[in-house]
Design a protein around this ligand. Structure first.
Ligand SMILES: C[S@@+](CC[C@H](N)C(=O)[O-])C[C@H]1O[C@@H](n2cnc3c(N)ncnc32)[C@H](O)[C@@H]1O
Length: 203
């Protein structure tokens, strides 16, 4: 187990919300939509100690761009040192559309989330999902994971409903039993056009 991960959990349990980093099998599944060719822009939310970062970098194999947004600077510093090809921003993931605009980036092709959705209240979940759909290309993919043991808890059910409200396609993976704790992945595609933008398009 990563000592720094456990230490950060003890320091701020509601933001880290896990006692250990995700395992390689979950990382492989979460990052599956990263294209094997071209120069995609991949955004990662809540990278922590880099379980998904390593998998994204391996799939990119030197291509494209990889922006990682981590709110905890004690995670972000070592992450930036370990992955020099990754742009690590110390920021709240709610600022994602701003960060893309100010960095001169286009919309993301893939957004991969390690955020602890079950630890967030309804308005934080909403703000974060609005940031995701506002930053994702229309043909892009968004993936995030949840722990199987909390699948039926109210925040997890709320996340499932919100994903369906914000994406036309939401596919749930099998459970990754090898992960500790076991987890599953949501694969989301075709972000729904926000109502205001829809009005402008229809006008
Ligand atoms: C459950 S850990 C997952 C870490 C890593 N992705 C993994 O799977 O091992 C959640 C991570 O999200 C970060 N985080 C929580 N809220 C955040 C926010 N609003 N913006 C950016 N990062 C956040 C935490 O600091 C932590 O690194």
């Amino acid at each position: 187990m990563s000592v720094s991960f456990l230490r950060e959990f003890l320091r701020d349990p509601l933001t880290v919300a896990a006692v250990a980093p995700s395992g390689a099998r979950l990382a492989d599944l979460v990052t599956a939509p990263v294209p094997r060719d071209g120069d995609p822009l991949v955004v990662e939310l809540g990278p922590g100690t880099g379980a998904f970062t390593a998998a994204v970098q391996s799939r990119l194999a030197g291509r494209g761009r990889h922006l990682a947004i981590e709110i905890n600077e004690r995670f972000a510093g070592p992450l930036a040192a370990r992955f020099p090809r990754v742009d690590v921003a110390v920021a709240d993931a709610r600022r994602l559309p701003d960060l893309l605009a100010h960095g001169g980036h286009r919309q993301a092709d893939v957004i991969v989330s390690g955020l602890p959705w079950a630890a967030f209240g309804a308005s934080t979940q909403d703000d974060l999902l609005a940031a995701v759909t506002g930053a994702l290309a229309p043909d892009g993919a968004f993936t995030t994971f949840a722990y199987t043991f909390s699948r039926w808890a109210p925040p997890a059910l709320r996340l499932r409903q919100s994903l369906s409200a914000r994406f036309e396609e939401v596919v749930t993976s099998r459970t990754v039993w090898a992960n500790m704790p076991p987890a599953f992945v949501y694969f989301c595609r075709r972000p729904r056009i926000p109502a205001r933008l829809h009005d402008l398009v229809a006008a």
